[in-house]
Design a protein around this ligand. Structure first.
Ligand SMILES: [Zn+2]
Length: 322
């Protein structure tokens, strides 16, 4: 475990107790228990103690397994059938660009950082007619993205890729910033590679009402790969410290958070595999039935809560000053 994590926005602020006893229930790679502490300044969450960069790799063993990718490829008929979340993200993103007064996206250069399976980049290209590129450290998912979506992803960390200064009009990072050790340095690099006046958009989970209700069983906690959970104030401060001008802060909502957190509270393990692995045991069938059966209620309740208290995602649009 590496020494003394702190809030990236407020490195001098003391950390107060947050939640403990949290487990990796998404993938169940490990039986270890994890704790998050709270920044006394912004109430953002910090995984502490945490595995260092040299040890974190093994905890990613459940993300995008060969089996998962094979099933995805079959279900989408080799990418011909739409990826729901990639398309939804692209639609929301293009609407967001329009709302902040961004000139037409057509032909503009977009870099998606932590591009994963490439579905967002594909739909930004297909729906927004943008010239897209991704960067992601995984050669495995980059090859998948090329095959399914014909999206080019540079296999590297953003900073070591060292794109020329100002080479993109827009940089996006979906559910990326909660995974990195030094998010302000990452944001500063996004600022450097985008043109003056260009846009940086980041989306990341944020502790919502469901976090207050479920604590260590909140579905999006995802220890230990989520090193931080930012509040709006955390992220705004980080953007400012990275030299970016925040122009919009939104709290989008996505279904499944309440139903999933409830199942986590009942002790569900290996959630992703049970839900999408197609296992036929009685236990697996029961969990799937419970989750998908609860979804209509989850949607109604989740939307109501999101309208009153904000959704569980934080989406920020910022510009590099001219
Ligand atoms: Zn803080």
């Amino acid at each position: 475990m590496s020494a003394a994590p702190h809030c990236p926005a407020h490195p001098d602020a003391p950390l107060t107790p947050g939640v403990s006893g949290a487990r990796d229930q998404f993938f169940t790679i490990t039986e270890e228990r994890f704790a998050y502490r709270t920044c006394s300044e912004c109430k953002g969450l910090v995984l502490d103690p945490r595995p260092g960069p040299e040890a974190i790799g093994r905890y990613y063993g459940g993300y995008y397994t060969e089996r998962f990718l094979e099933r995805l490829e079959r279900r989408t008929q080799g990418g011909k059938r739409a990826f729901g979340s990639g398309r939804l993200r692209a639609l929301g993103f293009l609407r967001g660009l329009d709302k902040i007064g961004f000139d037409t996206p057509v032909g503009k250069r977009l870099l998606d950082v932590g591009a994963g399976l490439g579905a967002f980049a594909r739909y930004a290209r297909d729906l927004g007619k943008m010239d897209v590129r991704g960067v992601d450290f995984s050669a495995h998912t980059a090859a998948f993205a090329k095959r399914l979506h014909d999206v080019d992803i540079d296999v590297n960390e953003l900073r070591t890729q060292a794109y020329p200064e100002g080479s993109f009009d827009v940089v996006t990072a979906w559910h990326y910033l909660e995974h990195v050790y030094d998010p302000i340095t990452e944001l500063a690099e996004m600022r450097r590679v985008v043109k003056p006046g260009g846009v940086v958009m980041v989306e990341t989970p944020t502790p919502s009402l469901a976090y207050r209700v479920f604590g260590p069983r909140w579905m999006y906690l995802m220890p230990p790969t989520h090193l931080y959970h930012y509040r709006p104030a955390t992220l705004v401060s980080m953007f400012e410290q990275a030299g970016l001008q925040v122009v919009a802060v939104r709290r989008p909502w996505f279904p499944g958070e309440w139903a999933g957190s409830l199942l986590f509270s009942l002790g569900v393990r290996n959630f992703t595999e049970v839900l999408f692995g197609g296992g036929k045991s009685a236990r697996e069938r029961l969990i799937r039935l419970a989750f998908f059966g609860m979804i209509p209620v989850d949607i109604a309740w989740g939307l109501l809560v999101a309208l009153i208290a904000g959704g569980s995602n934080l989406r920020i649009f910022a510009r590099r000053p001219e």
